[in-house]
Design a protein. Structure first.
Lengths: 219, 219
């Protein structure tokens, strides 16, 4: 049984706290050994019924990325409209929310809903479990990238169906994460939205309950 | 900008590969400092719009865990019925799929769908993003627990609505993960389902495509 010591534990916490959602990338390509390590980290994530429901679509084509960027702009116009009466409109407009064209690599992480069908262990009551497993893989990937000095940015301002169409993703497969990957201009100390004054980090102790929602028996 | 070296990177990969889904627990309680570190790791996960949509319900009450265990048994009977004609029935029956009563701590991780409403940055096109963020927190927690020598097991064979009712979770909050947490009898080398012959680990290279689903331009 492998054990970890205080130093190992501290390393993990440093990685977790140094990870950022990156939108400003340098053009340098990602070495293939680093990319392999990052994908392996994802692949060793837990999955419901050991389903390993994920696929990874590496997107280097400028043509395809241009189409995705167009989908982002379309979707972001809708978001701007929602904020047209909101005092945060200018702040929102100032935020850089993706790095699709600058990042040397885009990565779509998908979930194959049919894998292992018809009996999908652990999904009978919670059919979304395979989507959740795919997210666990994304977090492994994100942390692993950070140790390579590589940044990851998750772009969610995209119509998932149109994006899936561009990537020829079949109907039984769900796009879970569209990621921009590359060496960042910098890893900032705090999340961009915190620095920009969009939102503060919540107090963890306010979020912890005991034995039932809202109960703070203290512990 | 914090940098990580080869040694740090290797530590992360060791943690990722040593993490297991645990169902056999020892009764020893979890020290509060370790629990705090684990929850902090979760809280430092990325979240859409920096929403931090999670809450953590620590469940130590035996009475409540007994109710949850009853829900597991009810749900698992349904699963067994689905397999009644399947050659894997006996294998499935032999699997231990939860450690609700043995683990010293159960933890429900939830997602508050209303947090930051009405304008939820990054969720306009993909409303499920906050659920996904909550999963990222679970993976941080899982890895962090592993460095403490603490095991985590995700129980998904539970009716989520009935479970939410037992935990008094309000309608606008979704139960994402029900976890059993404690010191394991052992951390095995491979996933339990792999060892039991339920399913093998897939070949990563089969899961990687280039520029579109199914394309293997090699890279």
């Amino acid at each position: 049984m492998k054990q970890f010591d205080d130093r190992d534990r501290a390393v993990l916490h440093r990685i977790i706290r140094a990870r950022r959602d990156i939108r400003h990338f340098r053009p340098d390509p990602i070495p293939s050994e680093a990319l392999t390590r990052i994908l392996e980290a994802a692949h060793y994530a837990p999955s419901v019924g050991f389903k390993q429901p994920w696929n990874f679509i590496l997107i280097r084509s400028k043509e395809i990325r241009k189409q995705i960027k167009g989908l982002f702009e379309e979707a972001n116009r809708e978001e701007l409209e929602k904020l047209s009466e909101d005092e945060r409109l200018d702040l929102y407009r100032s935020l850089k929310l993706e790095g699709i064209m600058e990042a040397p690599l885009n990565l779509a992480v998908t979930c194959d809903r049919d894998r292992d069908a018809p009996f999908q262990l652990g999904q009978g009551q919670m059919p979304e479990m395979d989507l959740y497993s795919t997210c666990l893989a994304v977090q492994n990937l994100w942390l692993s990238a950070r140790t390579e000095g590589i940044g990851v940015g998750w772009v969610s301002i995209l119509d998932p169906e149109k994006t899936a169409q561009v990537l020829k993703i079949p109907d039984h497969v769900r796009l879970v994460a569209y990621l921009c990957i590359g060496y960042p201009v910098e890893f900032r100390d705090r999340p961009m939205l915190e620095e920009a004054g969009w939102k503060e980090r919540l107090n963890l102790s306010d979020l912890v309950f005991e034995d039932g929602w809202g109960d703070k028996n203290e512990g």
